[in-house]
Design a protein around this ligand. Structure first.
Ligand code: DGL
Length: 260
């Protein structure tokens, strides 16, 4: 049975890539809701509705596990998706929290994400639940998603924007930075070049490892397929960069999703 994965756009492909490495023989379907990206500046109600529509579409392809490869959707829609789909659903927040706890030495952790993810306090609450003496510094970085969607991941504009957001966080003395948005790993090299001493937590690997512990499908036809809700040349370019040219992309009519 296939694995379903969704994100608002291209970012979740960083999670897709790690999951595909762990499950080479399993069918995996990815949905990037490119017609409605970004989710990160939408209301809670809208994020939940869009997430249910993505989950519903993937369920129509007979998936039996769903990975929410989007921190914004994981922060708001996890319980609603579990209830509605009635199959195992995993998000990216908990795996990222576990990795950050393993990495930090000085117990000062920075969390960056979309406006909605930071507003939800999903990371902060889980981190403090695990260890209430941690110092957590959060910052929304709303320009990162459009930068990535435009493919500006390592030019001088990317560097200026990264510095603008992160200098202040790094000045707090954090030793670990959680990339609380699946688009942000595409900026990882730029972030690393500016702050080489930071531990950077990218939850895509941690999520794939987490899935591996709970999901053991029989081998299938090894079909990997990506659906998008709007044509987007930048998506194709970044998709080729992240997961290679061989995985086909199909455009869906958004109307097919908007049933809820
Ligand atoms: N990649 C998504 C996340 O992890 C959301 C980006 C967006 O749509 O704003 O939060």
């Amino acid at each position: 049975m296939p694995i379903g994965i969704f994100d608002s756009g291209v970012g979740g492909l960083t999670v897709f890539k790690e999951i595909a490495k762990e499950y080479p023989e399993t069918d995996i379907f990815y949905l990037g809701d490119t017609a409605r990206v970004p989710y990160g500046n939408k209301s809670k109600e809208t994020i939940i509705r869009y997430s249910l529509e993505c989950g519903d579409y993937l369920k129509s392809l007979n998936i039996d596990v769903l990975v929410i490869a989007c921190n914004t959707a994981s922060s708001y829609a996890l319980p609603a998706l579990r209830k509605y789909l009635n199959i195992p659903v995993i998000g990216v927040v908990l795996p990222g929290v576990k990795t950050a706890l393993e990495k930090t030495k000085n117990k000062k952790i920075g969390v960056i994400g979309t406006l909605a993810t930071i507003r939800s306090n999903s990371y902060k609450n889980l981190l403090l639940k695990e260890n209430h003496s941690l110092e957590i510094y959060q910052k929304p970085c709303p320009l990162f998603v459009p930068l990535v969607e435009e493919g500006m991941i390592d030019n001088h504009i990317a560097k200026i924007v990264v510095k603008e957001y992160l200098d202040e966080l790094v000045a707090k003395g954090i030793d670990t930075l959680i990339l609380g948005c699946t688009h942000y790993p595409l900026l990882k090299n730029t972030i690393k070049s500016l702050y080489p001493e930071l531990n950077i937590v990218d939850s895509s690997k941690a999520t794939a490892e987490f899935l591996k512990k709970i999901y053991h499908p029989k081998s299938e036809n090894s079909i990997k397929k990506i659906f998008i809700t709007d044509e987007n040349q930048n998506f194709i370019k970044l998709k080729n960069l992240v997961v290679g040219k061989d995985i086909p992309v199909e455009k869906l009519e958004l109307a097919k999703l908007c049933k809820l």
